[in-house]
Design a protein around this ligand. Structure first.
Ligand SMILES: CC(C)(COP(=O)(O)OP(=O)(O)OC[C@H]1O[C@@H](n2cnc3c(N)ncnc32)[C@H](O)[C@@H]1OP(=O)(O)O)[C@@H](O)C(=O)NCCC(=O)NCCS
Length: 213
């Protein structure tokens, strides 16, 4: 994974808005990649997978087996790191980044959204993204299969993910992989291309136990 860090950060930005590039909404690729992939590439990189095509990384599944530890790290390290970096790079002022950041702040203050773990029964979580040329070829399913094997090998029986409810392709894919919808709430900051609100959707899955098999 350390050798794939830059490829992961690139894919993260290329797919960051409902599977499309994030740039029209947020033009600082370093801050965006830090927010979404730093933990999995730099802190706990032992539960993630990449897919290569012709020697090029075209997709990843970023996994985490201990979401409580992840949340604690977000509070203690990521928030300070992001804020420091965001200030240093002027994301609160630059036209390519400031609108989303301030919309996020206003939505957050008004709606006070609550992001929590899915609970003790769902200790693991994942993020999955493929570049357009890697999609609809069975690779997403393959990444999920490998990750679920890792979860079972670690004795974990529950996994959750957070996606955008309006990302109907992703939701359809996750349902085909056995996930069911859990909580849905307004997503702060982000908007659809027509300016309408988007919703965060948590999806969960219990994995069958392999004990006794
Ligand atoms: C979502 C994504 C990971 C799916 O991966 P994929 O490689 O395209 O999906 P696969 O080809 O492996 O499909 C696996 C199964 O899911 C099903 N599936 C895929 N997309 C689907 C959809 N939109 N609706 C219903 N089922 C779907 C397929 O039919 C397939 O089932 P089968 O094996 O019985 O044929 C990928 O398209 C992607 O990265 N999209 C852009 C980024 C994104 O939105 N990521 C999710 C952010 S949370």
């Amino acid at each position: 994974m350390p050798g794939d860090r830059e490829a992961v950060r690139h894919i993260c930005n290329e797919t960051g808005h409902l599977g499309d590039p994030i740039d029209p909404y947020f033009s600082d690729r370093e801050v965006f990649a830090d927010l979404h992939s730093f933990y999995y590439t730099d802190v706990a990189s032992d539960s993630s997978f990449v897919i290569e095509d012709d020697g090029e990384v075209i997709g990843y599944l970023l996994g985490c087996l201990d979401s409580v530890r992840y949340r604690a790290w977000v509070k203690s390290d990521l928030e300070a790191r992001i804020l420091k970096r965001a200030f240093a790079r002027g994301v609160f002022l630059r036209p390519g980044t400031a609108p989303l950041v301030w919309r996020f702040v206003v939505d957050w203050l008004r709606e006070k959204p609550h992001f929590g773990d899915a609970g003790d029964e769902y200790p693991a979580h994942l993020h999955i993204n493929l570049l357009p040329r890697g999609r609809k070829r069975g690779l997403g399913g393959l990444l999920i299969k490998n990750y679920f094997e890792l979860l079972r090998a670690n004795g974990l029986s529950g996994v959750f993910l957070e996606t955008t409810a309006e990302n109907t392709n992703a939701v359809g894919f996750f349902k085909s992989q056995g996930f069911v919808e859990d909580e849905k709430s307004l997503a702060p900051g982000v908007r659809a291309a027509d300016g309408s609100r988007l919703h965060g959707l948590r999806m969960i899955q219990k994995l069958p136990s392999t004990q006794g098999v």
